[in-house]
Design a protein around this ligand. Structure first.
Ligand code: CU
Length: 354
């Protein structure tokens, strides 16, 4: 129980810090300029928003709301240790079971509301679906699945600085452990029992996580660009006595406004994540038969690049509706493996501000 109190205290401190910062920077912004970026009106641009895979990259004008839906699919095929690919046979040299493929799908609902021009609140509610195929040393194939509500997050986006062409804001978020860390399924080794399945198949982190970040946007004439750095900092340990590794993400993008209602973009993203602290005794026994059950084979880094398209309806009954599609492909993958490697990610979304 004390762990939770400790987490709560740290989270409370983080919130107080974010609010204090907001109050401290607010006088500098007291002279609230009229909303330069109208997200729904006739002056809106398709590239007012970043490629759809970026979150919390824009603020809204005072009184404005936005609802969004995103669909994300990540496909992983084949194993890798370091930067080098490993065959199923390589994995079977050390483990009784090799993961072959994994698909992760996410449906994410988003809500944004700006009480003031300098402050926008954002809440994200993910629904996650995972499926992993495996082969045993005896050549038996099996699939495990998990699905459910993920970790819900709330973030304050606080304007730090703006002039005609440039914007900088702070992202101060908190993720709460609403996602399950007790997903179960049958495996050939479980003798018909439903057992807790390995770490990558769990839906949530089980911990309160801080989501700090900073975002920059610029635009001039027909082009726009931006960059964002953000982290996922896990607090304490979860109820099954482990903590997932922190995650750090750095991304930059550029977009060109092809038409009033359509922009095309390119984005690069660097992501690094770390090994787990301690372990879940239900998953990691004395003998590790599959690499996904090893808390010390979770870390990795990935550099990705991909194209995107943003559309906006400027008038008519759908005015203010935005559609975005983005794909990401890996340039560099470096895993503390063997781990499944990500081959592609697809993100599509719908946004409506009012
Ligand atoms: Cu928004």
């Amino acid at each position: 129980m004390s762990k939770y109190i400790e987490c709560g205290r740290m989270a409370a401190r983080a919130c107080v810090f974010a609010c204090a910062l907001a109050i401290a920077v607010q006088p500098a912004l007291a002279e609230e300029q009229h909303q330069h970026h109208d997200h729904s009106g006739p002056n809106a641009r398709p590239d007012d928003h970043a490629p759809i895979g970026v979150m919390g990259e824009h603020l809204h004008g005072a009184g404005e709301w936005m609802v969004s839906y995103r669909y994300m699919k990540m496909h992983m095929d084949g194993n890798r240790d370091g930067k080098k690919g490993e065959s199923r046979g390589d994995v079977h040299d050390d483990f009784m079971v090799a993961p072959d493929e994994m698909d992760m799908e996410m449906h994410m609902l988003g809500f944004m509301y700006a009480p003031r021009d300098f402050l926008t609140f954002m809440v994200m509610v993910p629904f996650v679906k995972k499926s992993m195929d495996h082969t045993t040393r005896m050549d038996a194939e099996f699939t495990t699945k998990s699905t459910g509500l993920g970790d819900i997050s709330a973030t304050a986006l606080i304007k730090l600085w703006r002039n005609d062409d440039h914007n900088v804001h702070l992202n101060a978020g908190l993720s709460v452990p609403t996602g399950s860390i007790s997903e179960r399924d049958e495996t050939p080794m479980s003798m018909g029992a439903n057992v807790v399945i390995p770490y990558p198949m769990q839906i949530g982190s089980g911990t309160l996580d801080l989501l700090p970040g900073i975002t920059y946007n610029g635009e001039r004439d027909d082009i726009s660009w931006g960059a964002q750095a953000r982290g996922t900092i896990r607090l304490g340990k979860n109820k099954h006595d482990y903590r997932m590794g922190n995650n750090y993400l750095l991304t930059g993008w550029g977009a060109y406004q092809v038409l009033d209602w359509m922009s095309a973009g390119l984005r690069m993203q660097y992501n690094q994540w770390f090994n787990y602290k301690s372990k879940d005794e239900r998953i990691t026994g004395d003998m590790i038969i599959v690499p996904t059950a090893d808390p010390d084979r979770r870390a990795g880094k990935r550099l990705e690049l991909g194209p995107s398209v943003n559309l906006i309806a400027l008038n008519g009954p759908l005015a203010g509706v935005r559609v975005g599609v983005e794909a990401l492909f890996p340039l560099v993958r470096d895993l503390d493996g063997p781990q499944l490697e990500t081959d592609w990610t697809l993100i599509a979304g719908l946004q409506y501000a009012f």
